[in-house]
Design a protein around this ligand. Structure first.
Ligand SMILES: Nc1ncnc2c1ncn2[C@@H]1O[C@H](COP(=O)(O)OP(=O)(O)OP(=O)(O)O)[C@@H](O)[C@H]1O
Length: 320
C-alpha cells in the first residue's frame, strides 16, 4: 500500500443497503483521512447507523466496495472489527459493576495483555481514576459517556466510530467529551461521529450530511454553509408571532424561525428575501427592524432535509 493510501482510513464508494424493499443507504461514498474528525449528520432514519455498521464490518453491504483501515470491507470484516472502537447510542455497559470492573470486563473480552496496567492507564487517561469504584448505574449521563468512551478506546483502536455519543448529556459534559475526542484525534485516532447537535457538527473537521440514504452535502462547516447559497435576514422588535405568520409563504422566504425576540428569515435569493421582508414590515406597520444575518448550519440542514424529502417523494434522491 502506498503511504498516501495508508493515510486514508476510510475509503468507500457505491455503498448500498436495503431492508426489505427499502433502500436505506444508496450509493454512499466516503473518504476519511487519519486523524480527521468527521461528523455524520442527517435526519432520523436517514441511514447513518446503517452506514457506520457497514464500515466497521458489523453489517454486510448489498453493493459497493472499499477499505477501512486498509482492509476490504467485504472480505476482511473480522480484521476491521479488531481495530475499530464503536460506541453505540445506548449505554451498553453493566450498571451493577464499578467503572474499573466494567473496564476490566472489556479488557478480558478483547483478551488484552497486561490487563491490570491497561485498565489503570485507561482510567488515568480518561480522568476516571477518582471514580473507579463507583457503580456504573449510579453515574450521571456525562460520566457514563466517559466510561463508554474509555471502554471503546482501551484496546487502542485506529478508528473510533461514535453513534450519537452525547444524546441527553449536558453541555459541560459534552464539551469535555469533545475535548477528549480532539485529544485522541491529535494522537492519530480517526473519528467518525454521528450526531444531531449543531454544536457537535461545528467541532468536526469535516461534515457529511446524509438524507434518505444519499449524501447531499459534505465539506467543512463553512463550506457547507457557503455551498447552500442561503441568505438570512434577522428581524428584531415588533410582534414576532404576527410577523412570522405574515412572512411565511412570501416570495423568496423559505424559513421563518423565532430566536428569542428575533426572527431568522432565510431564503436562497438575498435581494428577493430582503425585499419581501421589507414589504411585510411596511404592510403590517410593524416596528420590527431588519438586518442582514449569518446563515446557520441548522438553516442549511433544514433546507437540505426539505430538498431531500421532495427528491425522495419524486423518486430521484439527490447525491453530492
Ligand atoms: N435491521 C434492520 N431491519 C430493518 N430496518 C432497519 C434495520 N436497521 C435499520 N433499519 C431502518 O433503516 C433506516 C435507516 O436507519 P438508521 O438507523 O441507519 O438511520 P439513522 O440515520 O442512524 O437514524 P437515527 O438518527 O434515528 O439514529 C430506518 O428506517 C430504520 O428503521
Amino acid at each position: 500500500m502506498s503511504e498516501a493510501a495508508s493515510e486514508q482510513v476510510i475509503s468507500i464508494r457505491g455503498l448500498t443497503k436495503s431492508f426489505g424493499p427499502r433502500k436505506v443507504v444508496d450509493d454512499v461514498a466516503l473518504e476519511v483521512s487519519r486523524g480527521e474528525i468527521v461528523g455524520f449528520l442527517g435526519p432520523n432514519g436517514s441511514g447513518k447507523t446503517t452506514t457506520i455498521r457497514m464500515i466497521c464490518g458489523l453489517l454486510k453491504p448489498d453493493g459497493g466496495s472499499g477499505t477501512c483501515l486498509g482492509f476490504d470491507i467485504l472480505t476482511e470484516a473480522t480484521r476491521i472489527k479488531r481495530e475499530v472502537g464503536y460506541m453505540t447510542q445506548r449505554f451498553s455497559l453493566y450498571d451493577d459493576l464499578t467503572i474499573r470492573e466494567n473496564l476490566d470486563f472489556v479488557a478480558r473480552i478483547y483478551d488484552l495483555p497486561h490487563r491490570r496496567d491497561t485498565v489503570r492507564d485507561t482510567l488515568e487517561r480518561l480522568g476516571l481514576t477518582r471514580r473507579k469504584d463507583q457503580l456504573a448505574g449510579t453515574l450521571s449521563g456525562g460520566w457514563k459517556q466517559r466510561l463508554a468512551l474509555a471502554a471503546s478506546v482501551m484496546h487502542q483502536p485506529r478508528l473510533l466510530l461514535l453513534d450519537e455519543p452525547t444524546a441527553g448529556v449536558d453541555p459541560q459534559a459534552r464539551r469535555e467529551f469533545w475535548d477528549e475526542i480532539h485529544r485522541l484525534a491529535a494522537g492519530g485516532l480517526t473519528v467518525l461521529v454521528s450526531t444531531h447537535y449543531m454544536d457537535e457538527a461545528e467541532r468536526c473537521h469535516r461534515i457529511v450530511y446524509i438524507a434518505y440514504g444519499h449524501v447531499v452535502a459534505r465539506g467543512t462547516v463553512a463550506e457547507v454553509i457557503a455551498a447552500s447559497q442561503l441568505a438570512t435576514v434577522v428581524v428584531s422588535g415588533g410582534d414576532t408571532l404576527a410577523l412570522a405568520a405574515a412572512l411565511k409563504g412570501r416570495a423568496g422566504i423559505e424559513q421563518v424561525a423565532p430566536f428569542g425576540n428575533e426572527l431568522h428569515v432565510v431564503g436562497p435569493d438575498a435581494a428577493l428575501l430582503r425585499a419581501s421582508v421589507d414589504d411585510v414590515l411596511a404592510e403590517t406597520g410593524s416596528t420590527g427592524r431588519a438586518r442582514a444575518g449569518e446563515t446557520s448550519l441548522e438553516d442549511v440542514f433544514i433546507r437540505l432535509m426539505q430538498q431531500a424529502r421532495v427528491a425522495d417523494s419524486a423518486g430521484n434522491g439527490g447525491a453530492a
